[in-house]
Design a binder for this molecule. Structure first.
Ligand code: PGA
Length: 248
């Protein structure tokens, strides 16, 4: 039986004071939560997350990292640096990174490999744009994004990773994929991996992301192949995030 994972993606939000209040409130509500929970915070707040969450049931991680181990890469952050702050997870290939920072499938695969080499669990984001959905090429796009990682690291690597299916048209828009729409893509992802390795597929956590709220989380998470969510906007409000965690 797979455990669900609800992970917050704070994106470029927060301050020391706001984070402190948010984490205090989230920790206070964890007693009623039955799934795994994590928060992926901006790099400058990793020390704060570690200090506040160490020893609790909430894990923490980052939202991006370099594919390189070290060197002349001004402004970049390595996997080893994330390890120094006790991260369990790192998001790789978020659609904002792909669209705004030009991260190709190849670069995302390199980041995924570098994260795993350092013992971090990558949360690999995949998903189609609205145009791609309308052109009925969702499965081709998601399949291509997965293939880049499988070709580089092998299907067995997915035993130590999480996949987040995030349709780009649903991120931050308030337009959530219907449970049926999301389930169909999740089933495609699991089926594709099952064809390569059934045990890996059965144990793989596949999160849904894109305008998840307290009001729609339970229905999404009830789908057979949806194992929790990657939560943007709603992860910034303790009450909303906890409502989603309780649905997990
Ligand atoms: P959202 O973002 O929940 O605000 O739609 C999800 C994400 O980008 O991970």
């Amino acid at each position: 039986m797979r455990r669900k994972l609800v992970a917050g993606n704070w994106k470029m939000h927060g301050s020391l004071a706001d984070n402190d209040a948010l984490l205090t409130a989230v920790l206070a509500g964890m007693g009623e939560v039955g799934c795994d929970v994590a928060v992926c915070v901006p790099h400058p707040y990793l020390a704060q997350a570690q200090a506040r969450l160490a020893g609790s049931t909430v894990a923490w991680g980052a939202q991006n990292m370099s594919q390189h181990a070290k060197g002349a890469y001004t402004g970049e952050v390595s996997a080893a640096m994330l390890n120094d702050f006790g991260c369990r997870y790192v998001i790789v290939g978020h659609s904002e990174r792909r669209a705004l920072y030009g991260e190709s499938d190849q670069v995302v695969a390199e980041k995924y490999a570098a994260a795993q080499a350092a013992g971090l669990a990558p949360i690999l984001c995949v998903g189609e744009t609205l145009n791609e959905r309308e052109e009925c090429i969702t499965e081709q796009v998601v399949g291509r994004q997965l293939d880049a990682v499988i070709e580089k690291c092998g299907v067995a690597s997915l035993a130590k990773a999480v996949i987040a299916y995030e349709p780009v048209w649903a991120i931050g828009t308030g337009v959530t994929a219907t449970p049926d729409q999301a389930q169909a893509v999740h089933a495609f992802i699991r089926g594709k991996i099952r064809a390569l390795d059934a045990a890996v597929a059965d144990n793989l956590v596949i999160q849904y992301g894109g305008s998840v709220k307290g009001s729609n989380a339970a229905e999404l998470f009830a789908q057979p192949d949806i194992d929790g969510g990657l939560i943007g906007g709603a992860s910034l409000v303790a009450e909303d995030f906890l409502a989603i965690c309780k649905a997990g």
